[in-house]
Design a protein. Structure first.
Lengths: 248, 303
């Protein structure tokens, strides 16, 4: 996907996060452009989740400069939270609320007014073909539907950036692709997508990908360039070459 | 005698038919994979096989023993690694292993040879609390604990979900070595690429088995003509391909689209012209060999 030179919506400079003497994030520096689909990869234990929590304003850096959506991580944390969306595989929506109740709840938290919520909820359910499931409890709908709904809810307030933490884990291959159609569409509409995944074919869908190893960024480039630089035919191969350093 | 024999197994939870008349057999020493997404019924099936649930219909046998009537004997002879980490987070690596050995009436020393390759990788951390291990290390510990009593059948429920590609590869290399030592290994996974590492796979969806065969045979039975197509803009490419008159399916695979046709009339030049007309550039079209994921999706959409 060709993107014109766009402004940087996320700017990270020398991010350090320490837990005691353990350095989880070791001077990370990178930018993410507005409207980009940015893949954030790394082996388990490499420091990805730590970094994402900091970017979302959920955790404090030890040192470094960060600007998210134009807001400073130290002084404007609440403004950051209003301008982002978040979805993870581990937790997304409430099983014991209905589809509509979930939409209304999150839209309310994101600060949308009642009328706007009603309009957007209707539009969302229409688009996802879930009108008949409006009053079904979330635990009673298929996983694939939950994922698509969770993503739509994460962007219901049209945030500048949406953070997706392994959003398609365990989902069937058709639903996975429908999910990525939704991601592409959001990106087209100007929403920046910051996504982590263990599915290496999904890494290929991203405009650029960064790979973390042992707390540092070991590579950051387009999938095409990475495959060329590492003489690999797939992102899976690139990942294996870079990350197969540690055993345990 | 099969290591595992299942006949018309049925299990429901209220209105949901989690397993809908499942039948199959697994040979001794086979590395057998159940491939399917969340909600397909893999965990329910494994809980039935490991005698943790009782079926609503049908029968299942492990090494000739009935899972309902002879569950005690079965439990001594199977190893189980459930989907979530289920060891004791507040015990150390070493304490967990000793605990499981004792519960099964053996000692760590007795069967150490079997787990040596795996356990040696986490042995340096043996005093660490299990809850503080990384994902990959937890897996290795759970596998060691499942093997410590030298089971003849090992059942693993999504052992690689949420684990990075490197650890996944290493884990499957360990499984192959176990199979070579004569253990029957049954694995559930949502990762389609892992299917090719099994002797045979069962593709499972919504409580039903769609097909059981060696991975190469699954691929050979893909019925349609498949092309791999690339252009400068994958998003528009997918849209335009979906609108092509005789198209059957279009699915994204990384930077390419896999497009299938039932008709023999569609040719590469025709497709190429169509894409040029729709403003695409940097077009490449080639015949593609179907992989397990293509086959799985084809089976999913069958009416």
């Amino acid at each position: 996907m060709y993107k014109e030179a766009a402004e940087n919506i996320i700017i990270v400079r020398d991010l350090v996060k320490k837990f005691g003497s353990f350095i989880a994030n070791d001077h990370l520096s990178f930018e993410v452009k507005r409207g980009e689909v940015f893949g954030f990869l790394g082996a388990n234990g490499a420091g990805k989740t730590t970094a994402i929590k900091i970017l979302c304003g959920l955790s404090y850096p030890t040192s470094g400069k960060l600007t998210i959506g134009g807001f400073d991580i130290y002084r404007e944390r609440e403004k950051i939270k209003k301008n982002i969306g978040y979805m993870s595989q581990r937790f997304s929506l409430y099983d014991d609320l209905t589809v509509f109740e979930n939409i209304r709840f999150y839209a309310g938290i994101y600060g949308l007014r009642k009328k706007v919520i009603e309009e957007r909820a209707a539009g969302l359910m229409e688009k996802l073909d879930m009108k008949d499931a409006r009053d079904k409890l979330l635990r009673d709908i298929p996983l694939g539907w939950k994922q698509k709904l969770a993503f739509s809810v994460a962007i219901i307030h049209n945030p500048k950036i949406v953070f997706l933490d392994e959003p398609t884990g365990g989902v069937d291959p058709i639903t996975r692709r429908q999910f990525w159609d939704m991601i592409f569409e959001a990106s087209r509409n100007g929403i920046t997508v910051f996504v982590t995944t263990h599915y290496m074919d999904e890494a290929e869908y991203c405009d650029r990908v960064s790979i973390m190893v042992d707390g540092k960024i070991a590579a950051l480039d387009t999938p095409e360039n990475l495959k060329s630089i590492y003489s690999a035919e797939s992102m899976n191969e690139v990942f294996l070459k870079l990350a197969r350093v540690k055993v345990a | 005698m099969s290591a595992i024999l299942v006949e018309h197994l049925v299990k429901h939870f209220k209105q949901v038919r989690a397993l809908d008349d499942i039948s199959f057999s697994i040979r001794e020493g086979e590395l057998f994979g159940f491939i399917g997404p969340d909600g397909a019924g893999k965990t329910t099936l494994f809980r039935l096989l490991t005698t943790l649930l009782i079926p609503d219909g049908g029968k299942a046998f492990i090494n000739g023993l009935d899972v309902v009537k002879e569950y005690r004997k079965i439990r001594q002879d199977i190893g189980y690694m459930p989907g979530k980490f289920s060891l004791y987070a507040d015990l150390s690596v070493e304490e967990n292993l000793n605990f499981y050995a004792t519960v099964f009436g053996t000692t760590v020393a007795e069967n150490y040879d079997l787990i040596r390759d795996i356990y040696s990788q986490i042995e340096p951390f043996k005093k660490r609390k299990a809850g503080k291990l990384s994902g990959g290390m937890k897996q290795k510990l759970a596998l060691s604990c499942a093997l410590i009593h030298k089971p003849s059948v090992l059942i693993l429920d999504e052992p690689t979900t949420g684990v990075d590609a490197v650890s996944r590869l290493e884990f499957w290399e360990m499984l192959k070595r176990l199979k070579q030592s004569g253990i029957t290994v049954v694995v559930a996974t949502p990762y389609m690429d892992e299917a090719s590492l099994c002797d045979r796979v069962a593709l499972i969806q919504s409580g039903k088995i769609m097909t059981i065969s060696p991975p190469s045979e699954v691929i050979n039975t893909y019925p349609w003509r498949l092309f791999s197509v690339k252009s400068a803009d994958i998003f528009s490419l997918l849209g335009d391909l979906k609108r092509y008159p005789q198209v059957h399916t279009v699915f994204a695979f990384g930077q390419s689209a896999h497009v299938s046709f039932k008709s023999e009339e569609v040719t590469e030049p025709l497709l190429h012209d169509y894409l040029i007309q729709h403003g695409h550039s940097e077009i490449t079209i080639s015949k593609a060999d179907a992989n397990i994921e293509d086959c799985f999706m084809e089976l999913m959409i069958k009416p």
